[in-house]
Design a binder for this molecule. Structure first.
Ligand code: ZN
Length: 467
């Protein structure tokens, strides 16, 4: 019989009748890698964790990250350009990525995955390199990176990207598009073969996702083939779309239709389809500017918008608003894209950004923000065993310390979590019932060594960046 672990005395965010509800003092019983019981009684077990003074929440789901370069783009992206020309995206980001080699990528990814775990992320979608990056574009880099993620204890969806060509700034504030010699075919085939080979391995802690790079760097054939492979294999798809106004215009000029219509024409929309960013699915950041029939199309299809509020807010732009998607019936979930890789922070900026955009305190709630990072993310992955604390679900659990001065006298722990806490309040993390962070320390990582290696690699990369 599987080992039984009881987590006693915590305030538990339990999934009851289709909603997160806080049980002020409850037990979560874990058997093997699954939750066997959640409720107010005590339970006999082989081991116990006393969670008094803690909020027990579902492990957080980061649906969109680029772990291999984030440690290196820190310091380059924050104040490099205003929102108008999106030089960040088309000039700075490719330049930094070109300066990173395969070894640096692993060093950076290790530190990012450690940071994610420490801040309560238990499931991450890692969207790997595009073809021309890092000097060595082989799929073995993706393999090395996911080995690091699962080695640290994370649940990981690997999503190595492929595309027909790439972009870069054209030197006059515009964007230039360039095809790869084989139009990206070899890379696509390598990515698909890799995804099919690794999906479900590592005790099912590793899964895979198809990732055609961006809506404006893939052609119709590549997108249609992606859909065929996804439908045959059961692998979900994530594509970057709605990143900038120039991308929207590019799609409209090239195909004579809006981005959503183009994605629909390619057959991509569906319950297994995730749109990373989704901010400029019209020419502006106003979701209200998207025709209602197109919003209905997204909603009916069950597609997910992966909202990445902080990276765009840092550039001075704000989606107006994620709640408009939500009210139209579109599933919205959350990712960090760059840094910090702290999903509690990301929930907060999602909530605050929405209130600012709509100029209303009521535009969204702390509970809705928590749903973005839990059940909505799980829905996007087609996983009803993640993102919630209920019997039968995976035991991916996070204990948030409520014994901080700022938590004194809190009434609603969800509001406390979203409006006051941050990733530094996480002190214990379990994935598949295994404790992978205890007392704010990752149990499978040498943090000091990871920091030293990153610091050395960062100096190397910085010296090689040509802007
Ligand atoms: Zn991205």
């Amino acid at each position: 019989m599987a080992e039984r672990l009881a987590i006693h005395n915590g305030a538990v965010v339990a999934w009851i009748d289709g909603a997160h509800r806080v049980l002020p003092c409850a037990t979560v019983l874990v058997e093997g890698n699954a939750i066997a019981y959640v409720g107010e009684g005590r339970a006999e077990a082989d081991r116990e964790i006393d969670a008094a003074g803690h909020l027990v929440i579902p492990g957080l789901i980061n649906l969109h990250s680029h772990a291999t370069d984030t440690a290196f783009t820190r310091g380059f992206l924050e104040e490099s350009a205003g929102p108008k020309d999106y030089a960040n995206l088309y000039r700075v980001l490719p330049a930094v990525r070109h300066a990173i080699d395969a070894s640096d990528a692993c060093i950076g990814a290790r530190l990012m995955f450690i940071e994610m775990l420490l801040a309560g992320t238990t499931t991450v979608v890692e969207m790997g390199y595009d073809q021309e990056l890092a000097g060595s574009s082989g799929i073995e880099n993706a393999r090395d990176v996911v080995e690091i993620a699962v080695g640290l204890g994370l649940r990981c969806y690997t999503a190595p990207r492929y595309r027909r060509g790439y972009w870069r700034g054209d030197g006059s504030g515009g964007v230039g598009y360039f095809d790869y010699p084989d139009a990206g075919r070899a890379r696509m085939e390598a990515c698909v073969a890799f995804c099919e080979a690794v999906n479900g391995t590592h005790g099912d802690r590793l899964r895979a996702m198809l990732a055609p790079g961006q809506v404006d760097t893939c052609d119709a054939e590549m997108l249609a083939e992606t859909r065929r492979i996804a439908s045959a294999s059961g692998l979900p798809i994530q594509l970057h779309a709605g990143q900038s106004p120039s991308e929207f215009r590019r799609v409209r000029d090239a195909h004579g239709m809006t981005t959503i219509r183009w994605l629909d024409r390619a057959g991509l929309l569906g319950r297994d389809f995730l749109i990373g960013h989704g901010m400029f699915l019209a020419e502006t950041n106003d979701v209200g500017a998207i025709p209602s029939e197109e919003l209905a199309l997204l909603a009916r299809s069950g597609s997910t918008i992966v909202h990445l509020p902080w990276v765009k807010m840092r550039q001075g732009t704000l989606m107006n608003s994620y709640a408009k998607f939500r009210r139209a019936g579109v599933n919205v979930a959350l990712g960090t894209d760059t840094h910090p890789v702290d999903m509690i922070h990301e929930m907060r900026v999602a909530a605050i950004g929405c209130k600012l955009a709509e100029q209303s305190q009521q535009a969204t709630s702390a509970m809705e923000a928590l749903e973005l990072a839990t059940v909505n993310g799980a829905r996007a992955l087609g996983r009803d065993d993640l993102g919630r604390i209920a019997s039968g679900c995976k035991a991916d659990l996070v204990l948030v310390d409520l014994r901080r001065p700022r938590a004194a006298g809190y009434e609603d722990p969800i509001k406390y979590l979203v409006y006051n806490a941050d990733g530094g309040d996480v002190d214990t993390v379990l994935v598949d019932g295994e404790v992978v962070v205890r007392d704010r320390k990752p149990l499978r990582a040498d943090v000091a060594q990871a920091v030293v290696r990153l610091t050395e690699a960062k100096a190397r990369v910085r010296a090689n960046v040509v802007l």
